[in-house]
Design a protein. Sequence first.
Length: 453
Amino acid sequence: MKYNSEELKRLDKQFIWHPFTQMSDWLSEEPLIISRGEGNYLIDVQGRRYLDGVSSLWVSVHGHQREEIDQAISEQLSHIAHSTFLGLSHVPAIELAEKVIEITPRNLVKVFYSDNGSTAVEIALKMAFQYWQQCRKPRPSKTRFISFINGYHGDTIGAVNVGGIHLFHRLYKPLLTESIKVPSPCCYRCYLGKEYPGCQMSCLSDVEEVMERHREDAAAVIMEPLIQAAGGMLVLPPGYTKRVRQLASKYELLFIADEVATGFGRTGALLACELEGIEPDLMALAKGITGGYLPLAATLSTQEVFDAFHGEYREKKTFFHGHTYTANPLACAAALANLKVFEKDKTLEKLQNKITSLSEGLRSFWDLEHVGDIRQLGFMVGIELVKDRDSKESYPFEEKKGIKVGNEARRRGLLIRPLEDTIVLMPPLSISHTELGEMLHIVYESIKVVTEE
Ligand code: PLP
């Protein structure tokens, strides 16, 4: 190593601006610098090992340094690292597209590549907009989007436009042609003051009312199927997503499923849409697509959407969109290997027991006085900490309880990253039962220490 750990820390603070990070805090704290990964662990420059409790931000599927994926990348590297996808094609992208279409809902037939979740979403939004401008019976007034409070679709401007997280999105309002927002179906803090299942999901009538009102000026509705992830791991009531999909069809809106967080096994199924038998018009995939190795994303479309972009060159119906690293061959090779490992390891089959163990392990967390809610969908968990369980009163923002729990867990050898005061657990699907137990133990102790201090 060119620099020792102290020099690296100094240089990081001198030169780097980190994402979603208050840099004043960063500069006054001890930065953690990772040097390698091994299975479900990350190892820092001083050789300390940490269990990767959030899969390196929701991407790692089979763990780090998985031999088959490493090899696939090396093998691809011996052919070519990158060639443009504008006007050319290449082998791994073709093989991957065939595979992706095989494993996703039947009505999705085309793959448009990009390189991260936000771009996958931007592309879906632009496709939906353009579809209505040039489909067989154009509806040029359909230009807006319906999206959910507490929804999150990325940080680029188009994605922020359909985002609904006050903390992240509020400031950028003047930049946006804001989307039409519908309430979050968050049961813990139901805006109607009702309880599931007695409520019979009556919040859906508000969604329907908005869709009906905007059927002439809205192009699409976008949502994260089954769980609003970055919004605080808010698990939607069963059947809710499917109903929104049906309403979208009823009011002639395209339905965009953002599976960036939920895709590739996170929910216990390969895709969340499978759990409710949903066929979206457009789907955004990213994060776990390469097993957490390289940046790659895909926006999938139906034949009908695709057909609206056909025409004579002079008609200018082309989808004028593409990124320099679209369909990077190394990333496509990694994604193909990732999908092969799913089959070889029977990842989804083995996951089911681990999901049950996770649910069982989480039960004891109710003993902790400041645990307000525990939400779980497959391998996606949110433990919401509150100042007062009865009133559901949150801690003051500046108390940084979630961050403190994260810091405490780190001292104990586990890396997690909260969403405000919701402690997020998203371990790699490859985590062992023993490691799962270790993770839960550390999280329990960390919450206890921080909330009882
Ligand atoms: N959509 C969802 C549902 C996400 O959870 C995220 C990221 O967390 C994104 C989109 C944005 O993905 P990226 O960070 O790769 O741009």
